[in-house]
Design a binder for this molecule. Structure first.
Ligand SMILES: O=C(O)CCC(=O)C(=O)O
Ligand SMILES: [Mn+2]
Length: 201
């Protein structure tokens, strides 16, 4: 007989031309708190800027790139070389891999300081991710809205709240047919850390 709380079941999102699964809570409340605190302190967060028409435009969030040595990645025109894994990042990665059937070799981290921080519509379709990338996205801290929009039918949208300790797995043709974003929020909200684990070829 099962004792204690039944584990929260994963849900497959109803999205054509995509393969997206949401796991509501793969980390305990205690683990969430511990990971949130240590990642906010230990990770080498930076705010990137791109120059447009001679003006510096800062990314509206802090980011960092960790992974196997030699992994390189270009994101919105910004070239990054991976910082070596920390023991915590490896622990988190090991938790996700059996759920994803994938061995990740790098992670892009985002720190959303408040509701003014965001990520604009994009797909994770950089050439170094390969054709049908598997992307494993973990969230700690404040719940933020995550929206999908179909590229060929822009009125086709879906929105999901990414809660503390949740895991969103995007696979197959998802990045070909859908863009995603984390919009700004007008409410007074706390920080959120997101980790998107990836395989770089
Ligand atoms: O913060 C999130 O949930 C998404 C981040 C994202 O889409 C990215 O880093 O590519
Ligand atoms: Mn993305």
């Amino acid at each position: 007989m099962m004792t204690g709380n039944a584990p929260l079941q994963p849900t497959r999102l109803e999205m054509p031309d995509a393969d997206v699964v949401y796991f509501p809570a793969i980390f305990s409340t205690e683990e969430c708190l511990r990971y949130f605190q240590s990642l906010s302190q230990v990770i080498q967060w930076t705010q990137d800027a791109i120059t447009m028409y001679g003006r510096k435009i800062y990314t509206p969030r802090l980011t960092a790139w960790y992974g196997d040595s030699g992994t390189k990645y270009t994101y919105s025109g910004i070239a990054k070389t991976a910082i070596p894994w920390t023991s915590e990042l490896l622990q988190i990665k090991e938790r996700l891999e059996p759920l994803s059937n994938t061995v990740f070799n790098s992670v892009l981290l985002n720190l959303y300081r408040d509701g003014n921080d965001s990520v604009a519509w994009h797909s994770d379709n950089e050439p170094e991710l390969g054709t049908n990338p598997t992307i494993g996205s973990v969230s700690f801290g404040e719940t933020r809205r995550f929206q999908f929009k179909h590229k060929q039918a822009a009125n086709r949208r879906i929105s999901i709240a990414l809660t503390d300790g949740s895991f969103l797995l995007m696979r197959g043709p998802t990045q070909h047919h859908w863009v995603h974003q984390v919009p700004k929020s007008k409410s007074k909200i706390n920080e959120r850390i997101n980790l998107t684990f990836r395989v770089i070829y």
